[in-house]
Design a protein around this ligand. Sequence first.
Ligand code: GLN
Length: 296
Amino acid sequence: MNMKKRQNVMEIVKKGQTRLKKSKINTARLEAEMLASHILKCKRHHLYLNKDLAMDEEMLMTYNRFIEDRCSGKPIQYIIGYREFMGLKFHVDENVLIPRNDTEVLVEETIRLLPKDREILICDMGTGSGAIGISIVHYMKEARAVLVDRVKKTLDVAQINAIAHGVEDRVKLMESNLFSGLGKDHYGIFNAIVSNPPYIPTGEIDGLSIDVRNFEPRVALDGGLDGLNFYRKLSSIAHKFLRPDGFISLEVGYDQAQDVIDILKKEGKYSRLYSKHDLSGIERVVIAYLSKDERK
Ligand code: GLN
């Protein structure tokens, strides 16, 4: 009996894998297993270890629906409803960009630069799922964060994540288009303004994979004609909101680091600019401190 059930789950996974492969999903086996373990609420290796695992009729229907969703290009993270980032599980849905591993470099570098011996306040501009701001606050117990996004539904996701990680008391959610909702009382208060803004040039979005272009929010991707719109806007105003020893910390696209550094330099308000590469060697993060001349 147990044997039969075990074979059933493995057979189900096998069929799922074949179906995904036909739709040119490269990691078909892995994803077929991820969907099965999600439905069975078990770890993936338990599919192999637990002989009693079986799917009832309803589970099987759900499984097949998930497989079809995936075949249509829907990212698996939207199907299972989460993505791991900085060792934390972030809830995601189609209102938010799926956090990327590359963005961990942005978070790590920001944490490295922030003072550890006092209370600090950061701003996560365009927070999406909240992955950046919430991870920083989670790993830095003296930190508080303002998580800004202009889309209300996105902030709902960030709130779910703030609560899930027990940091809701240390984050403030703010619906605002860039800094427009942050009044003058917010001038000079942030130790860091960190952002992974939309940076894909508009004309390149249609060339992205189906998963991204048909499912992830366009507002989270589209950086205007040359992809640099948000850096220009941020650069022109962020300095007002930084503390004297504050800095901005930005994720950039694969060939944008120098352009972003140039934009920031031209503004004349920042100093000590540098970029930092990700695990693939791509310059991924740009840091800029508030210039001494700007300090009041
Ligand atoms: N800050 C979020 C992230 O890095 C969302 C970024 C975005 O939507 N461009 O995942």
